[in-house]
Ligand binder design. Structure first.
Ligand code: UT7
Length: 352
């Protein structure tokens, strides 16, 4: 028995924000962002719109593509590091919002590797014969993390006022992160199949928590009393911190190693991959991974230029686009790889 993906969908918010819009509210430029990251624009949710809303759009698309009714779904896995509430997770939020049956829902995090972990978990649940059809969602909204009180109106084009110098200075403090992230969701329906010629072939997943400070949220947590407090908010500790260069180095070495490991375990050569879907964090990382694995650019698609880094959303959004435009076709062997906060990373193989 194999787990096969029978449908995919995406949820993208309406506010498209080009690099130039960010340059209006902080010291950055289209040129810096493009050169360092490959990003040209990203999408932002409206205030009040959460990852469950984007996840629902994606899930509805995936169900439609799979020709499945919501009543046919046996379990839901929701990967996000930005749930609507601290608890409960987005699983029950989405279960109610979509009117799914009283099925088990799993909330997992794993940040940028969230979808990869969720896909592997879905396969395990199917292989254990507990469930036949699992809905898998990867969704994140980063805008609530960011200091958008200082010029949100200008960013989304609702105002053409000049931001004040104080607002500009505050925004510039976080520019290394703000410019990279966007909001978005992707979803897939994973089903048990007796067709052994295709489907999920397995994954190699890893964690190294020895340096969580490389990419984490320092404040807002249950070692703190109260878990959200004024001092932390004043210090900006609710905003993620990132050692960009350190994470970059980890990404360009660990993702290729994971791809080699999963291919070796499956007894295939990396060169046999028809396509490798890499977590969309930085175009230079994606190109670095391709180079290390000696894969030509046409085998390593990217859409980071349009979406930025949507964390758990990047892989299912890219998968969906490649299915929709025909870059993924029946018979192809594809790989997935991701690395992010934790650090969590890994790679998976899928025979279409
Ligand atoms: O998905 C989760 C995993 N996250 C990642 O994979 C991110 C990995 N890291 C990266 O993608 C890159 O390290 C960044 C894109 C974050 C930064 O690129 P970099 O080439 O490593 O730049 P840098 O951090 O070394 O900064 C170079 C300069 C600095 O100025 P000085 O010190 O040289 O004067 C920064 O202050 O660029 C400055 N800078 C900016 N300038 C304009 C940082 N952010 C910006 C900005 N606009 N947005």
């Amino acid at each position: 028995m194999r787990s096969i993906i029978t449908g995919s969908g995406i949820g993208i918010p309406k506010n498209v924000v080009p690099n130039d819009a960010l340059a209006k509210i902080m010291d950055t430029s289209d040129e810096w962002i493009r050169t360092r990251s490959g990003i040209e624009q990203r999408y932002y949710v409206d205030a009040g719109q959460g990852s469950s809303d984007l996840g629902m759009l994606a899930a509805e698309g995936a169900l439609q593509a799979a020709s499945r009714d919501k009543s046919e779904i046996d379990a839901l896995i929701f990967a996000t590091m930005t749930p609507d509430h601290f608890f409960p997770g987005n699983g029950p939020v989405l279960q109610a919002k979509m009117g799914l049956g009283e099925i088990p829902t799993f909330d997992i995090r794993q940040q940028c590797s969230g979808f990869l972990y969720a896909l592997d978990l879905a396969d395990s649940l199917i292989q254990s014969r507990k469930f036949k059809r699992v809905l898998v969602i990867g969704a994140d909204v980063h805008t609530p993390f960011m200091p958008w009180q200082n010029g949100w109106d200008v960013t989304i084009g609702a105002s053409d006022r000049e931001v004040t110098q104080a607002e500009r200075d505050e925004n510039t403090k976080y520019r290394d992160r703000t410019v990279l992230f966007g909001d978005g969701a992707g979803a897939v329906v994973v089903e048990a199949s007796d067709d052994d010629t295709r489907g999920y072939l397995g994954a190699k997943l890893f964690t190294d928590g020895s340096n969580i400070e490389a990419l984490y949220v320092k404040g807002v947590g249950f070692r703190h009393r109260p878990y959200v407090n004024k001092e932390e908010l004043a210090a900006g500790d609710q905003i993620p911190t990132m050692e960009g260069r350190a994470v970059f180095k980890e990404a360009v070495s660990r993702m290729p190693a994971a791809v080699r490991a999963v291919c070796a375990e499956a007894g295939i050569e990396v060169a046999q991959l028809d396509l490798l879907l890499v977590h969309q964090a930085n175009l230079r990382i994606i190109e670095g991974v391709a180079k290390q694995l000696a894969l030509p650019p046409e085998k390593v698609p990217h859409n980071i230029e349009r979406y930025g880094n949507t964390t758990a959303g990047t892989l299912p959004i890219l998968f969906h686009e490649c299915i929709t435009d025909g870059r993924i076709r029946p018979g192809m062997l594809i790989g997935f790889t991701a690395l992010g906060s934790g650090l969590h990373w890994g790679a998976a193989l899928y025979q279409c």
